[in-house]
Design a protein around this ligand. Sequence first.
Ligand code: ZN
Length: 59
Amino acid sequence: MLDPAKPSVVEMPKVVCSGDKESPHPRVFLAITDQGFVDCPYCGQHFVLTKGNPSDAPH
Ligand SMILES: [Zn+2]
């Protein structure tokens, strides 16, 4: 089981999910909504689009 308390933070608004080693599922492509997140319909994994790129932050 994936831990719903630990969302996957991604940098692109499109993600692919195929579950995990213990509970794989068919590969699906998910588009993050305007709200900035999407949940996988198969495993419920929560994907969050990161706000900007930390490595680009001004020093
Ligand atoms: Zn999934």
